[in-house]
Ligand binder design. Structure first.
Ligand SMILES: NC(=O)c1ccc[n+]([C@@H]2O[C@H](COP(=O)([O-])OP(=O)(O)OC[C@H]3O[C@@H](n4cnc5c(N)ncnc54)[C@H](O)[C@@H]3O)[C@@H](O)[C@H]2O)c1
Length: 271
């Protein structure tokens, strides 16, 4: 039997970037606890959900680009008109630059292209604003309570540690972890606080969930070793290790919490 404090069954949960590495785990976490999960992605279909998740019961594909305000509004309106607004949003879609990125997007700060800066801010910050605005508007229109969870990053709380990436120069492919992701993710904290205070009396809670780096098969072993050496808990995260925080933030267990930043980072920001 589910602890009522952490019960999310019956909720209508929108997860953006729901086919990505962490998004997939968020979807499974809410699905397995009896929520209807609207899996948002630019190219999702029911067939893709079937193939990706195997069991796609309770999952509904929703297609939009988070930077397309009209498309997002229309999708959130359609959901609301068909049974009520979403009650939890996980703003998880994001755009980051990996160490394998080409030099034109990972060169020195002095050369970082303005158009790439705009693109990354557009997805990570403006896209979160667009989805939050549309989802919150539908919650208000129906006068229902809800929870909005904005997925931040330790690189939005602190600057990236560039030393971790120095090995790329030794391999003849210098890499500077770019500024755009950090600047965009950092903007989420005050987007969260603003919306939390704006909607506080209406039962719409807004919090940030801040993860640290997740291990991926595609990562360079040197990168993983350097990252792990800086990580107090002694390893990178698994993609499902933010599920507990997401369920907490979506459920009654966090009913007095809004405007906050829940950090799940293996201790990275504790140094
Ligand atoms: N993986 C990590 O190490 C890590 C660490 C800290 C924070 N995060 C954050 O966690 C979230 C999920 O990260 P992930 O590692 O699973 O990333 P991922 O790249 O696997 O998934 C991100 C998803 O966002 C989608 N997306 C990108 N641009 C979009 C757009 N314009 N419209 C709609 N969807 C779009 C992508 O298609 C992808 O499915 C991101 O917000 C990321 O910044 C990740």
């Amino acid at each position: 039997m589910t602890d009522p404090l952490f019960d999310v069954s019956g909720q209508r949960v929108l997860i953006t970037g729901g086919l990505g590495q962490i998004g997939t785990e968020f979807v499974r976490a809410f699905q397995s606890r009896g929520a209807t999960v609207y899996v948002a992605s630019r190219s999702v279909t029911q067939d893709k959900l079937d193939a990706h998740f195997g069991d796609s019961s309770g999952l509904v594909p929703v297609r939009f680009d988070v930077t397309d305000a009209d498309g997002v509004r229309a999708a959130l309106r359609d959901i609301a008109d068909d049974g009520g607004p979403v009650t939890t949003v996980v703003n998880n879609a994001g755009l980051d630059t990996q160490p394998s990125a080409p030099p034109e997007v990972s060169g020195p700060f002095e050369d970082f292209p303005v158009d790439v800066f705009r693109e990354v801010v557009d997805v990570n910050l403006t896209g979160t604003f667009i989805v939050t605005q549309a989802a919150g508007s539908e919650m208000r229109r129906a006068d229902v309570a809800g929870s909005i969870i904005n997925v931040g990053s330790i690189y939005g709380m602190l600057s990236p540690v560039q030393d971790i990436y120095a090995y790329r120069a030794e391999q003849g492919q210098p890499f500077t972890k770019p500024v755009a992701y950090s600047a965009a993710k950092s903007g989420l904290y005050n987007l969260t606080r603003y919306c939390a205070t704006y909607w506080g009396r209406h039962g719409i809670r807004v919090n940030t969930l801040t993860p640290s780096g997740v291990a991926r098969d595609t990562q360079d072993a040197t990168f993983q070793a350097n990252y792990t050496a800086r990580m107090p808990i002694g390893r990178m995260a698994e993609a499902d290790e933010f599920n507990g925080a997401a369920i907490f933030l979506a459920s009654d267990a966090s009913r007095y919490m809004t405007g906050a930043n829940l950090v799940v980072d293996g201790g990275w920001t504790a140094w």
